[in-house]
Design a protein around this ligand. Structure first.
Ligand code: CU
Length: 579
């Protein structure tokens, strides 16, 4: 699988060949542009081979000793009325000089917000970052919020420098408290999400409810959130700025900030951080722990496993508890995806066990990291040391049944597809390459679909970006049940509620949701942040029943053979039953 769009001869290939005419502007870009991108982009594969920044490790990374700093755990805010100030702060990330970051609350990650579901919570964000940062909008990722409280990239809800905005989260869904889940918050400014999250505007959220708390799962000090976020630093331990590469005519690509043109626009830092620390250690007791793991990297998927071959017992996705626990030897986690896992250290006193990422198709390749890799195929993220005494007997357990799916899942029809969304490449209004959904880059003034409040819809998500580009598609507003993956029933880790979906090249993933509570606009987008910033985002508007709405610009499965999409995608078919 070719990870990058730059060929060994310096020309830039088009992974979406067929969706875009490479001859018109891709071919002939020449080695000069490739070299420029190589020095600007922190890419895997060919980008790394181009040298530049990759040759030099940051000062802190050079002094870095693996597993020498304890795992930081962000402070937890539990009040119903929370204020986070967006401001610059010096954060100790690597040994030596601190890193100047844009933070929410002065730390990276920002404080963890932990609230009971069903209880209204107000988050006020005050923008005290420098004027040149521009407006902000803070998305509560995973919350079933009203459009105006969702933190969307719409001009009317943005926070100007010096101003503040209060977001209210009711944490209610279809008449009941929202299902408990591990969520997060991050900036969502259009064209600038990648840069703003890279600079530090992100934190975690834990939403509790009676069902989750009623289970005998590990809690308290044995319930730990882990944010994996990849970054790159210069020789002074400062974050690199791969977001301002000009195009070959010297202009900044697109309207504002980007790492380059699609398809070679991804930003892949070489230093993976866990809760803001590079390769930290954590002392644990010989008992069960619950780890809530978020991939907050701009672009990089991780393929997680434990070095003692112990399974990670998954109990939850982005959308909270699964129907039943699932023992997994590896967990592939893409940008914005979350898993919650139980790790049992019982009987392992004195052992050292590491959480690592191993290479797999589409996942992080540790050979490019500036951190020492365990093997050429594996990179340690976090070391567990079972050195703490057991403070009290471990009464936790993992029940065979965790949480039933919601009732509306019974309305899902295996053979039904209401809308088709094709994730591919095209051009923007200026004729420049852009990531597209159904052939069009994002335009906040355009509504691409109008589902009706109270109905269940079935959406087919199709990756038409041929040539090795995966996407991780996040849909705002509600939780989705995966109906099928490439015509088969979803694998067990997807046979549940989710809100971010891996789409490998050619994949057709059918998902279904019920639209409840809120009418108005919501976004759907790739959560590889450079893809989102460079067009791969659409707006759907939930409308009240009986609304007379204009005909939305939607595709049917027949449209997948349209000349302007030029992609050979088989028509979706009803899933085959697994044995
Ligand atoms: Cu993408």
């Amino acid at each position: 699988v070719r990870e990058h769009g730059i060929e060994p001869d310096g020309t830039i290939s088009d992974p979406s060949a067929g969706c875009l005419s490479r001859r018109t502007f891709i071919r002939g870009a020449g080695t000069g542009l490739a070299a420029l991108w190589g020095s600007r982009l922190l890419g895997i594969g060919a980008g790394a081979a181009a040298g530049g920044l990759f040759a030099t490790a940051p000062a802190g990374a050079a002094e870095h000793v693996p597993f020498s700093v304890p795992l930081p755990v962000p402070p937890v805010l539990i009040d119903p009325d929370i204020t986070l100030v967006a401001r610059e702060a010096d954060v100790q990330i690597l040994p030596g000089a601190p890193t100047r970051m844009w933070t929410l609350g002065g730390s990276f990650p920002g404080p963890t917000i932990r609230r009971p579901s069903g209880e209204a919570t107000r988050l006020t964000v005050r923008h005290e970052l420098p004027e040149e940062v521009g407006t902000l909008t803070i998305h509560h990722h995973g919350s079933h919020s009203s459009p105006d409280d969702d933190g969307q990239p719409r001009p009317e809800v943005e926070i100007a420098p010096g101003a503040e905005r209060a977001y209210t989260y009711e944490f209610m869904e279809d008449g009941s408290p929202e299902r408990a889940a591990f969520q997060w918050y991050h900036d969502h400014s259009h064209f600038r999400t990648g840069r703003n999250v890279w600079r530090g505007l992100a934190g975690m959220v834990i939403l509790d409810d009676a069902v989750d708390s009623g289970l005998p799962l590990p809690r308290g000090d044995h319930d730990i959130p882990l944010m994996i976020a990849t970054r790159q630093f210069d020789a002074d331990n400062q974050l690199t700025d791969p977001f301002t590469a000009p195009d070959r005519s010297g202009r900044l690509p697109h309207e504002a900030i980007g790492a380059g043109f699609p398809p070679g626009d991804e930003v892949v830092g070489l230093v993976p951080l866990v809760n803001g620390a590079a390769q930290p250690f954590m002392e644990v007791e010989p008992r069960r722990y619950r780890f809530r793991i978020l991939n907050a990297a701009n672009f990089t998927p991780y393929n997680l496993f434990l070095t003692n071959d112990q399974d990670l017992v998954q109990i939850a996705t982005e959308s909270g508890l699964m129907p039943a626990p699932l023992a997994r030897s590896e967990v592939l986690l893409g940008p914005a995806e979350r898993v919650e896992v139980i790790v049992d250290f019982t009987g392992r006193a004195g052992e050292t066990i590491r959480l690592e990422s191993k290479s797999t198709a589409g996942a992080y390749s540790p050979k490019n990291s500036v951190l020492p890799a365990t093997t050429p195929q594996q990179l340690s993220l976090l070391e567990f040391r079972v050195t703490k005494p057991l403070l009290e007997p471990d009464t936790s357990s993992v029940p065979d049944e965790l949480r039933a799916l919601p009732e509306w899942v019974g309305e899902i029809e295996d053979n039904r597809i209401d809308r088709v969304w094709a994730f591919g490449m095209g051009v923007d209004g200026g004729g420049r390459p852009a990531w597209t959904i159904n052939g069009q880059p994002f335009d906040h003034s355009r509504v691409d679909a109008r589902p009706v409040l109270g109905t269940v819809e079935h959406w087919a998500l199709v990756n038409t970006s041929q040539g090795g580009k995966s996407h991780y598609i996040h849909i705002h507003d509600v939780d989705w049940k995966v109906v099928s993956r490439n015509g088969s029933l979803p694998p067990p880790e997807e046979d549940c509620l989710k809100e971010t979906f891996r789409l490998d090249p050619g994949d057709i993933v059918v998902v279904a949701a019920k639209f409840t509570d809120h009418v108005g606009p919501y976004m759907m987008h790739c959560h590889m942040l450079e893809h989102e910033d460079h067009g791969m985002m659409a707006t759907f508007e939930v409308v009240p029943p009986g609304s007379v709405t204009p005909v939305a610009r939607e595709l049917s499965s027949g449209d997948l053979h349209r000349p302007d999409l030029r992609c050979e995608i088989p028509a979706a078919r009803s899933p085959k039953r697994r044995k």
